[in-house]
Design a protein around this ligand. Structure first.
Ligand SMILES: C[S@@+](CC[C@H](N)C(=O)[O-])C[C@H]1O[C@@H](n2cnc3c(N)ncnc32)[C@H](O)[C@@H]1O
Length: 230
Protein backbone atom coordinates (compact mmCIF):
# COMPACT_ATOMS: atom_id res chain seq x y z
CA UNK A 1 0.00 0.00 0.00
CA UNK A 2 1.35 3.48 -0.93
CA UNK A 3 0.42 6.03 1.69
CA UNK A 4 1.35 9.17 -0.21
CA UNK A 5 -1.72 11.17 0.94
CA UNK A 6 -3.88 11.36 4.07
CA UNK A 7 -7.10 9.38 3.69
CA UNK A 8 -9.32 11.79 5.59
CA UNK A 9 -12.55 10.24 4.32
CA UNK A 10 -11.84 6.95 6.09
CA UNK A 11 -13.84 6.63 9.32
CA UNK A 12 -12.65 4.55 12.24
CA UNK A 13 -15.12 1.98 13.57
CA UNK A 14 -14.69 3.33 17.11
CA UNK A 15 -15.83 6.79 15.98
CA UNK A 16 -19.32 5.39 15.18
CA UNK A 17 -21.53 6.19 18.21
CA UNK A 18 -23.51 3.01 17.43
CA UNK A 19 -20.47 0.69 17.30
CA UNK A 20 -20.45 -2.59 19.28
CA UNK A 21 -19.79 -1.53 22.91
CA UNK A 22 -17.99 -4.75 23.85
CA UNK A 23 -15.55 -4.45 20.95
CA UNK A 24 -15.07 -0.78 21.75
CA UNK A 25 -14.25 -1.56 25.39
CA UNK A 26 -11.72 -4.24 24.36
CA UNK A 27 -10.19 -1.78 21.86
CA UNK A 28 -9.76 0.92 24.49
CA UNK A 29 -8.34 -1.57 26.99
CA UNK A 30 -5.83 -2.96 24.48
CA UNK A 31 -4.65 0.54 23.49
CA UNK A 32 -2.54 0.28 26.64
CA UNK A 33 -0.41 -2.45 24.99
CA UNK A 34 -0.17 -0.61 21.69
CA UNK A 35 0.65 2.72 23.36
CA UNK A 36 3.35 1.11 25.43
CA UNK A 37 4.90 -0.45 22.30
CA UNK A 38 4.70 2.46 19.87
CA UNK A 39 3.97 5.82 21.50
CA UNK A 40 7.44 6.70 22.89
CA UNK A 41 6.03 8.40 26.03
CA UNK A 42 8.92 7.03 28.10
CA UNK A 43 11.40 8.91 25.90
CA UNK A 44 9.17 12.00 25.80
CA UNK A 45 8.88 11.91 29.60
CA UNK A 46 12.68 11.88 29.98
CA UNK A 47 13.34 14.55 27.33
CA UNK A 48 10.46 16.91 27.98
CA UNK A 49 8.41 16.26 31.11
CA UNK A 50 11.13 15.55 33.63
CA UNK A 51 12.93 18.88 32.94
CA UNK A 52 9.61 20.73 33.26
CA UNK A 53 8.77 18.99 36.56
CA UNK A 54 12.25 19.80 37.91
CA UNK A 55 11.67 23.52 37.29
CA UNK A 56 8.41 23.59 39.29
CA UNK A 57 8.49 24.14 43.03
CA UNK A 58 5.01 22.68 43.55
CA UNK A 59 3.00 19.67 42.33
CA UNK A 60 2.35 19.79 38.59
CA UNK A 61 -1.09 19.67 36.94
CA UNK A 62 -1.34 17.49 33.84
CA UNK A 63 -4.22 17.31 31.32
CA UNK A 64 -4.72 14.51 28.77
CA UNK A 65 -7.22 15.51 26.05
CA UNK A 66 -9.05 12.54 24.44
CA UNK A 67 -7.65 10.24 27.13
CA UNK A 68 -9.60 7.13 26.03
CA UNK A 69 -8.93 4.39 28.60
CA UNK A 70 -6.44 6.68 30.39
CA UNK A 71 -3.34 4.44 30.22
CA UNK A 72 -1.07 7.22 28.92
CA UNK A 73 -1.96 9.70 31.66
CA UNK A 74 -1.58 7.01 34.33
CA UNK A 75 1.82 6.00 32.95
CA UNK A 76 3.07 9.60 32.98
CA UNK A 77 1.88 10.04 36.57
CA UNK A 78 3.65 6.80 37.57
CA UNK A 79 6.89 7.94 35.89
CA UNK A 80 6.72 11.36 37.56
CA UNK A 81 6.00 9.92 41.00
CA UNK A 82 8.78 7.34 40.69
CA UNK A 83 11.13 10.33 40.19
CA UNK A 84 9.70 11.89 43.37
CA UNK A 85 7.63 14.64 41.68
CA UNK A 86 4.18 15.59 42.89
CA UNK A 87 1.61 15.48 40.11
CA UNK A 88 -2.16 15.64 39.72
CA UNK A 89 -3.78 14.65 36.46
CA UNK A 90 -7.09 14.96 34.64
CA UNK A 91 -8.08 12.90 31.60
CA UNK A 92 -10.95 14.23 29.51
CA UNK A 93 -12.86 12.55 26.72
CA UNK A 94 -16.25 13.38 25.19
CA UNK A 95 -17.16 9.68 24.91
CA UNK A 96 -18.71 8.28 28.12
CA UNK A 97 -17.77 4.75 27.03
CA UNK A 98 -14.07 5.70 27.06
CA UNK A 99 -14.44 7.16 30.54
CA UNK A 100 -16.06 3.94 31.77
CA UNK A 101 -12.91 2.07 30.71
CA UNK A 102 -10.64 4.70 32.31
CA UNK A 103 -12.58 4.58 35.59
CA UNK A 104 -12.58 0.77 35.64
CA UNK A 105 -8.76 0.75 35.64
CA UNK A 106 -6.80 0.62 38.90
CA UNK A 107 -7.53 3.81 40.84
CA UNK A 108 -4.60 6.21 41.25
CA UNK A 109 -4.77 8.96 43.83
CA UNK A 110 -4.70 12.39 42.19
CA UNK A 111 -5.83 11.07 38.79
CA UNK A 112 -9.40 11.82 37.70
CA UNK A 113 -11.44 11.66 34.52
CA UNK A 114 -14.18 13.87 33.16
CA UNK A 115 -16.56 13.70 30.22
CA UNK A 116 -15.66 16.95 28.48
CA UNK A 117 -14.08 18.63 25.51
CA UNK A 118 -11.16 21.01 25.93
CA UNK A 119 -13.36 24.05 25.21
CA UNK A 120 -15.34 23.51 28.43
CA UNK A 121 -12.13 23.62 30.48
CA UNK A 122 -11.03 26.84 28.75
CA UNK A 123 -14.42 28.38 29.51
CA UNK A 124 -14.13 27.66 33.20
CA UNK A 125 -10.60 29.09 33.33
CA UNK A 126 -8.63 25.91 34.06
CA UNK A 127 -4.81 25.97 33.79
CA UNK A 128 -2.35 23.06 33.58
CA UNK A 129 1.43 22.93 33.56
CA UNK A 130 1.30 20.33 30.84
CA UNK A 131 -1.34 19.54 28.20
CA UNK A 132 -0.96 16.35 26.18
CA UNK A 133 -2.85 14.10 23.79
CA UNK A 134 -2.10 10.74 22.24
CA UNK A 135 -3.56 9.49 18.95
CA UNK A 136 -6.06 12.35 18.85
CA UNK A 137 -4.76 14.60 16.05
CA UNK A 138 -5.54 12.19 13.20
CA UNK A 139 -9.17 11.86 14.41
CA UNK A 140 -9.84 15.58 13.96
CA UNK A 141 -10.97 17.54 10.92
CA UNK A 142 -9.14 20.81 10.16
CA UNK A 143 -11.52 22.99 12.22
CA UNK A 144 -11.34 20.68 15.26
CA UNK A 145 -7.54 20.56 15.03
CA UNK A 146 -7.41 24.36 15.01
CA UNK A 147 -9.71 24.43 18.04
CA UNK A 148 -7.62 21.83 19.89
CA UNK A 149 -4.45 23.85 19.28
CA UNK A 150 -6.07 27.10 20.45
CA UNK A 151 -7.54 25.36 23.52
CA UNK A 152 -4.26 23.71 24.45
CA UNK A 153 -2.46 27.07 24.21
CA UNK A 154 -5.10 28.63 26.49
CA UNK A 155 -4.96 25.75 29.00
CA UNK A 156 -1.19 25.19 29.26
CA UNK A 157 1.15 27.37 31.27
CA UNK A 158 4.22 25.20 30.62
CA UNK A 159 4.13 22.84 27.68
CA UNK A 160 1.76 21.31 25.10
CA UNK A 161 2.65 17.91 23.63
CA UNK A 162 0.40 16.19 21.09
CA UNK A 163 1.71 12.78 20.05
CA UNK A 164 0.52 10.80 17.05
CA UNK A 165 1.50 8.36 14.33
CA UNK A 166 3.77 9.49 11.49
CA UNK A 167 2.10 8.07 8.38
CA UNK A 168 4.40 5.77 6.44
CA UNK A 169 4.39 2.54 4.47
CA UNK A 170 6.70 1.08 7.13
CA UNK A 171 4.28 1.85 9.99
CA UNK A 172 1.44 0.26 8.00
CA UNK A 173 3.45 -2.89 7.21
CA UNK A 174 4.67 -3.29 10.80
CA UNK A 175 1.20 -2.77 12.32
CA UNK A 176 -0.28 -5.31 9.85
CA UNK A 177 2.00 -8.07 11.13
CA UNK A 178 2.40 -7.12 14.82
CA UNK A 179 -1.18 -6.39 15.87
CA UNK A 180 -3.33 -9.36 14.64
CA UNK A 181 -2.42 -11.53 17.70
CA UNK A 182 -3.90 -8.97 20.11
CA UNK A 183 -6.74 -7.78 17.84
CA UNK A 184 -9.45 -10.51 18.00
CA UNK A 185 -12.81 -9.27 19.29
CA UNK A 186 -11.77 -5.62 19.02
CA UNK A 187 -11.47 -2.82 16.42
CA UNK A 188 -7.72 -2.68 16.93
CA UNK A 189 -6.57 -3.98 13.56
CA UNK A 190 -9.08 -2.21 11.30
CA UNK A 191 -8.93 1.09 13.20
CA UNK A 192 -5.17 0.96 13.65
CA UNK A 193 -4.63 0.60 9.91
CA UNK A 194 -7.21 3.31 9.18
CA UNK A 195 -5.51 5.54 11.77
CA UNK A 196 -2.21 5.19 9.98
CA UNK A 197 -3.85 6.10 6.67
CA UNK A 198 -5.53 9.14 8.28
CA UNK A 199 -2.35 10.30 10.04
CA UNK A 200 -0.06 13.14 9.07
CA UNK A 201 3.37 13.07 7.51
CA UNK A 202 5.66 15.50 9.38
CA UNK A 203 5.51 18.32 6.78
CA UNK A 204 1.70 18.06 6.58
CA UNK A 205 1.30 18.49 10.33
CA UNK A 206 3.88 21.31 10.37
CA UNK A 207 1.78 23.13 7.73
CA UNK A 208 -1.36 22.87 9.92
CA UNK A 209 0.21 24.34 13.08
CA UNK A 210 0.93 27.95 14.10
CA UNK A 211 4.55 29.12 13.60
CA UNK A 212 5.53 28.80 17.26
CA UNK A 213 4.78 25.06 17.27
CA UNK A 214 7.44 22.49 16.36
CA UNK A 215 7.00 18.99 14.98
CA UNK A 216 9.51 16.54 16.46
CA UNK A 217 10.14 12.83 15.80
CA UNK A 218 10.49 10.98 19.12
CA UNK A 219 10.54 7.67 17.23
CA UNK A 220 10.65 6.41 13.66
CA UNK A 221 6.86 6.09 13.40
CA UNK A 222 5.93 9.02 15.66
CA UNK A 223 5.18 12.73 15.49
CA UNK A 224 5.17 15.08 18.46
CA UNK A 225 3.65 18.57 18.13
CA UNK A 226 5.37 20.73 20.75
CA UNK A 227 4.62 24.22 22.03
CA UNK A 228 6.43 25.80 24.97
CA UNK A 229 4.30 28.34 26.79
CA UNK A 230 7.26 29.79 28.71
C1 LIG B 1 -7.81 6.70 19.28
S1 LIG B 1 -8.57 7.21 20.76
C2 LIG B 1 -7.11 7.50 21.72
C3 LIG B 1 -7.36 7.35 23.17
C4 LIG B 1 -6.11 7.53 24.06
N1 LIG B 1 -5.61 8.88 23.99
C5 LIG B 1 -5.04 6.54 23.68
O1 LIG B 1 -4.00 6.96 23.15
O2 LIG B 1 -5.24 5.34 23.92
C6 LIG B 1 -9.14 8.84 20.44
C7 LIG B 1 -9.97 9.38 21.58
O3 LIG B 1 -10.19 10.76 21.30
C8 LIG B 1 -11.50 11.09 21.67
N2 LIG B 1 -11.90 12.26 20.88
C9 LIG B 1 -12.37 12.29 19.62
N3 LIG B 1 -12.59 13.58 19.26
C10 LIG B 1 -12.23 14.35 20.31
C11 LIG B 1 -12.21 15.75 20.55
N4 LIG B 1 -12.63 16.62 19.63
N5 LIG B 1 -11.77 16.19 21.74
C12 LIG B 1 -11.32 15.31 22.67
N6 LIG B 1 -11.33 13.98 22.50
C13 LIG B 1 -11.78 13.51 21.35
C14 LIG B 1 -12.31 9.86 21.37
O4 LIG B 1 -13.51 9.82 22.13
C15 LIG B 1 -11.32 8.74 21.72
O5 LIG B 1 -11.51 8.30 23.05
Amino acid sequence: MRLSERETRLRELMDDPACDPVRLRRTLERFALVNRAVSCWGAVYRARLRPLLRRLDRPARLLDIGCGGGDVVRRLVRLARSDGFGVEALGIDPDPRALEVARAAKTMPGVSYEQARSRALVERGERFDLVISNHLLHHLDDGSLEQLIADSEALATGLCLHSDIARSDGAYALFSVAVPPIAPGSFLLVDGLRSIRRSYAPAELRARLPPDWRVERPGRFRLLAVNRRR
